[in-house]
Design a protein around this ligand. Structure first.
Ligand SMILES: NC(=O)c1ccc[n+]([C@@H]2O[C@H](COP(=O)([O-])OP(=O)(O)OC[C@H]3O[C@@H](n4cnc5c(N)ncnc54)[C@H](OP(=O)(O)O)[C@@H]3O)[C@@H](O)[C@H]2O)c1
Length: 242
């Protein structure tokens, strides 16, 4: 970790940090010298990521957390503050995807995606606000998807969660301006992560973005000077959406 990193002295919480986009963002924030709190459910993945950060000279804390449980999110943020004293950056990269036509699903099938991709994002944002407002400083980066902007048949439920994240983030940004807290939403096209492992008919993964591409965008949002707020950033594979 570079002593002169752009996020020296800052503390970042990253949900979904065990693999995929969240993992790449956690590593990139640590390279910028942030202390990183890694949250997801799979303990081994979190422990490995935290160990890799520490071996490179950084500070990291793995906190196994199911973000769909409000109490677990509150406890995770409390533990982060107890360990590192503040929270400067929140990245909500915990998420899931499943696809299929609306008529092929039951309403109860929609609940897991709504819980993790939308409600948990809202709960995580809410949980860090008291600290960020007290500090008069903070950057929230929510991970949406290009599905929120372009209709893709079979992605109605996923799209509803991601469009919800975009709308929530826009309003939260307005509510927090006077408090010095920035809210941005990162809108990636397809990214080659384990998310696609269980999805049939996945597009050509070699043409997708790399998780590290999304991480560079997240570092940009987090490391802008306090007077600038990058609030919506769409990042597509250069070959276009897949
Ligand atoms: N991959 C893409 O093409 C793409 C494109 C645009 C946007 N996105 C969005 O980016 C985010 C990350 O996607 P990804 O591709 O990196 O997915 P991924 O490789 O499947 O990783 C998802 C991460 O979220 C965590 N997670 C899932 N449910 C959780 C829960 N209930 N509590 C805590 N953590 C949970 C997973 O850990 P555990 O299972 O161990 O909890 C894992 O660390 C998602 O919101 C996704 O919608 C992805």
């Amino acid at each position: 970790m570079s002593a002169g990193g752009a996020l020296q002295g800052q503390v970042a919480i990253v949900t979904g940090a065990g693999r995929g986009i969240g993992h790449a963002i956690a590593m990139a924030l640590a390279r910028e010298a942030a202390a990183v709190v890694l949250a997801a459910r799979t303990r081994q993945e979190l422990a490995a990521a935290a160990a890799a950060i520490r071996e490179s000279g950084g500070r990291a804390l793995a906190i196994p957390t199911d973000v769909a449980q409000d109490g677990a999110v509150e406890a995770m943020v409390e533990q982060a503050i107890a360990e590192f004293g503040r929270v400067d950056v929140l990245v909500t990269a915990a998420g899931a995807a499943s696809f299929g036509p609306v008529m092929g699903t039951k309403p109860s099938d929609w609940d897991p995606l709504l819980a993790v991709n939308l409600r948990a994002v809202m709960v995580c944002c809410r949980a860090v606000l008291p600290m960020m407002i007290r500090q008069r400083r903070g950057t929230i980066i929510n991970i949406a998807s290009v599905a929120a902007q372009r209709p893709i048949a079979g992605a109605a439920v996923y799209t509803a969660t991601k469009a919800g994240v975009v709308g929530f983030s826009r309003v939260l940004a307005e509510e927090l301006r006077a408090d010095g807290v920035r809210v941005g939403v990162l809108v990636p096209g397809a990214v080659d992560t384990p998310l696609w492992d269980t999805i049939g008919n996945a597009p050509d993964r070699s043409r997708m973005l790399r998780p590290e591409d999304v991480a560079r965008a997240a570092v940009l949002i987090a490391s802008l000077p306090p007077g600038a707020s990058l609030e919506e950033l769409t990042l597509l594979p250069s070959g276009g959406i897949l």
